[in-house]
Design a protein around this ligand. Structure first.
Ligand SMILES: [Zn+2]
Length: 79
C-alpha cells in the first residue's frame, strides 16, 4: 500500500494517518477536508458523472439560477 496521502499525495509516515477502507491512507486533516468538500449533492455523486452529464447538470443549474434571478427582479419591480 502506498504510504502517501490519497488526497495531497504527500507522505503520511509519522503523521498519524487515517485508513480509508478500500481506498488507502490519508492525513486526518486532508480526510476531513475531503469529507467537507465531497462533491455529492443529495444522493448524486457529481464526480461520477460523465463529462456530458456534468455539462447537462451545469446547464440545468444555470437555467434554474437565471429563472430565479428573473423572479427576484420581478418581485423588486412590484414595490
Ligand atoms: Zn494529505
Amino acid at each position: 500500500m502506498s504510504m502517501n496521502c490519497m488526497f495531497c499525495k504527500k507522505t503520511v509516515v509519522g503523521q498519524n494517518p487515517v485508513t480509508i477502507p478500500s481506498e488507502g491512507l490519508a492525513h486526518l486533516h486532508c480526510y476531513q477536508a475531503h469529507q467537507a468538500l465531497r462533491r455529492t449533492f443529495q444522493s448524486l455523486d457529481i464526480a461520477a458523472l460523465s463529462d456530458a452529464e456534468l455539462t447537462e447538470l451545469k446547464d440545468l443549474v444555470l437555467a434554474e439560477e437565471n429563472a430565479r434571478q428573473r423572479g427576484q427582479e420581478d418581485d423588486i419591480e412590484l414595490f
